[in-house]
Design a protein around this ligand. Structure first.
Ligand code: GTR
Length: 670
């Protein structure tokens, strides 16, 4: 949003403010580097109980969660859970031609966030290049509605409350026709699409109107959050809600066949830059994070008394941060975390920080210094970061996996900035996944209603015909001892958690369909051990946010789910997995990685994740191995064909309707 500083001097404002605020003395804004007081930044490597990060694992397992919690408690508020999840109200898809004869796909979706009378409809606008490979996408929230972002008469006009801006067609807090295209300089879709990047946007006000009393009209009440005047100190507010909304839009984006779910970048300008950073911190599915002139409460160090301060921001925008943040107004040195900690949450993913030289209010140098202070975390992962601690000259981007530029000019988001983001993404995002021979992107199985009717060519391992015995053996190669209750096969648990069952049929590549119901006992743990090596996790993970590589939908220890699609314990759920087995040479060495695309309960949870050697210590060939299993593993290594295991992990999970369809590989290019 164009900030107020362009219309009146923040210095004058603060002088007035200092008389109005009894709790802290707001000094006049400092814009003089020689008046910046000495400060010491909190140690970003500090973890719980005096533990320090000495390597990437300690950072990831102990320090990162601890530092994230500090940011939650003192600045942004506790993370909002993904419950209830987003549902798609309508989607409109059209082929369009942009200026310069560029063919594109335009999508307009209405996503319902939350349930009940406070649920919100969020309009999402997406332009995608017309290609046949899934594309990376830049996602940003906007300030004046989607219609202002690009001059296309078909774009739905924003219905939410907006800040008045008569000159740009926002009148009586509503968007009018006159606002069409008024912010297109901030969203240059043509040059970005020409570089093969998709562009997605939604208005922040659809999620939380940007005014101190906006909470009641936000999605928060529908998520069960309080709306009283006195909120708990760590209660999330507008910035956290915008960040949550970005994640919910991501839930939808990753389901689109045209979008590469592993390459969605979150971008934000100014207050939305703060939200983008917090979204990137809370949701590691964002493959890259970009902050444009996010300033105080964003990328700029709070401890530097330069430009906007905590006193300024918490008094002008009491609805942005959690209530505890304002306690640090004038007491910045007591804040247990700072902007460098926020930036470090993005590691080891690529991070780009952009400033503008005349944007003194946002403290451009303070944004750079926060990136310098965060950089050691990337080093821990073996990545080169900024590679300089000298503030670069204007219009001279720097950095490898942590990028930075200070643009000439004012507080704004311009094509120059976007092109720098695209250059940085070109260098840092993973290369696009080649389409596999069997075109896994069109693997979109039917998952409702349950039970799903097996296709005629399916090999049934366990079906509804009571006369057919389950096509599974015990770990000893004998008859299984799992009981059948009400038509479902129930895990017979063992103390050692190794009473798995092994399919009698082996396969190389296959589509696998399994319906299951977790029990609340022992966390509802079970799993599909494909070939006995790779586990699609089954675990009571309903509402877990963000889901990790231990939760349902994950390929255990290889990759977390793209979205939490779990249903509560006691409800039937369904997995459809397209499994492509790794290929090995005669010595058993993997010569081509395997891959999995998986759907859980109607949502894509894995999209072509690749793997070679198993990573879990619990695989049946290591834990509870028998002579029979040794022969199974030998055959697997020699022929590439292996069975499906259903796992005993101490919980009486139920299974039904299990089938496989072996896949035939078409003319391999290898
Ligand atoms: C200003 C605010 C800044 C920045 C900016 C914007 O008024 O003080 O922190 O967020 O608004 O969002 O444009």
């Amino acid at each position: 949003m164009t900030d107020t500083k362009q219309y009146f001097s923040p210095k004058v404002f603060l002088i007035v403010l200092s008389f109005l605020l009894p709790h802290h003395t707001a000094a006049a804004t400092n814009y003089d580097e020689s008046y910046v007081k000495k400060y010491t930044l909190p140690d970003v490597f500090a973890g719980p109980n005096g533990k320090r990060a000495t390597d990437a694992n300690v950072w990831q397992d102990h320090v990162r969660p601890y530092q994230l919690q500090l940011l939650e408690e003192h600045i942004y508020g506790i993370r909002l859970k993904n419950v209830p999840a987003v549902s798609v109200d309508t989607v409109e898809r059209s082929h369009v031609t942009l200026d310069g004869n560029l063919n594109a796909i335009r999508l307009q979706a209405k996503l319902q966030m939350g349930t009940g009378r406070h649920a919100k409809l969020v309009d999402v606008l997406v332009y995608l290049p017309s290609t046949d490979t899934p594309t990376p996408v830049f996602l940003k929230l906007n300030f004046m509605g989607n219609q202002a972002e690009y001059k296309d008469p078909a774009i739905h006009i924003c219905q939410s409350w907006l800040h008045d801006d008569k000159k740009n067609g926002i009148v009586n807090n509503r968007a009018t026709e006159a606002s069409r295209g008024k912010r297109s300089r901030c969203w240059p879709i043509q040059p970005m699409l020409a570089r093969n990047y998709g562009m997605a946007t939604a208005c922040y006000s659809d999620i939380h109107p940007d005014r101190p009393d906006g909470r009641i009209d936000s999605v928060l009440p529908s998520l069960g959050r309080p709306t009283d005047d006195e909120l708990p100190l760590n209660e999330p507010n507008a910035i956290a809600t915008w960040a949550w909304g970005l994640s919910r839009i991501l839930d939808w984006l990753v389901q689109l066949p045209e979008v590469d779910p592993t390459r969605v970048v979150v971008v934000g300008h100014s207050r939305n830059g703060k939200a983008a950073l917090w979204a990137g911190a809370c949701d590691e599915r964002f493959a890259m994070v970009v902050s444009n002139e996010s300033g105080c409460g964003g990328a700029a160090l709070g401890r530097r008394n330069y430009g906007e301060t905590i006193a300024d921001i918490t008094s002008r925008f009491p609805h942005w941060f959690c209530p505890s943040f304002k306690a640090y107004a004038g007491r910045e040195n007591l804040l247990p975390c700072d902007a460098h900690g926020l930036l470090a949450m993005v590691a080891p993913r690529p991070l780009y920080i952009a400033s503008a030289i005349q944007d003194h209010w946002a403290d451009p140098r303070g944004e750079f210094l926060a990136a310098v202070a965060a950089e050691p975390v990337w080093k821990l992962f073996g990545h080169a970061g900024l590679e300089t601690s000298t503030w670069p000259s204007v219009d001279t981007p720097v950095g490898r996996r942590v990028g930075y530029h200070v643009r000439s000019g004012k507080h704004d988001l311009l094509e120059y900035d976007w092109l720098c983001f695209a250059d940085f993404a070109d260098k840092n995002l993973p290369a696009s996944q080649p389409m596999t021979n069997c075109s896994d992107t069109v693997f979109q199985p039917i998952q409702a209603p349950l039970p799903v009717k097996p296709p005629s060519d399916a090999i049934i391992l366990f079906g509804d015909n009571r006369d057919d015995a389950p096509q599974f053996k015990s770990m000893e190669g004998t008859e299984i001892d799992w009981p059948i209750e009400d038509g479902s096969l129930v895990v017979k648990t063992s103390k050692t958690h190794s009473n798995h069952i092994v399919s009698s049929i082996t396969f190389e590549d296959a589509d696998i369909h399994v319906e299951f119901m977790v029990s609340p006992k022992s966390h509802g743990n079970s799993g599909l051990y494909i070939h006995g090596h790779y586990e699609m996790q089954i675990l009571d993970s309903f509402g877990v946010e963000p889901p990790t590589e231990h939760d349902e939908g994950s390929l255990y220890r290889f990759g977390k789910p793209l979205v939490n699609a779990s249903r509560p314990a006691g409800e039937w759920q369904v997995y459809d997995v397209r499994f492509r087995a790794p290929r090995r040479d005669k010595t058993g060495q993997v010569t081509r990685q395997g891959s999995i695309t998986a759907w859980l309960n109607g949502k894509l949870v894995q999209n072509g994740i690749t793997f070679s050697k198993p990573r879990s210590p619990y695989i049946p060939y290591r834990h509870g191995v028998t002579d029979f299993l040794r022969t199974v593993e030998k055959e697997l290594l020699e022929t590439g064909a292996g069975p499906l295991f259903l796992q005993d992990h101490g919980s009486p999970t139920r299974f039904r309707n299990i089938w496989i369809r072996p896949l035939v590989e078409h003319d391999s290019t290898e």
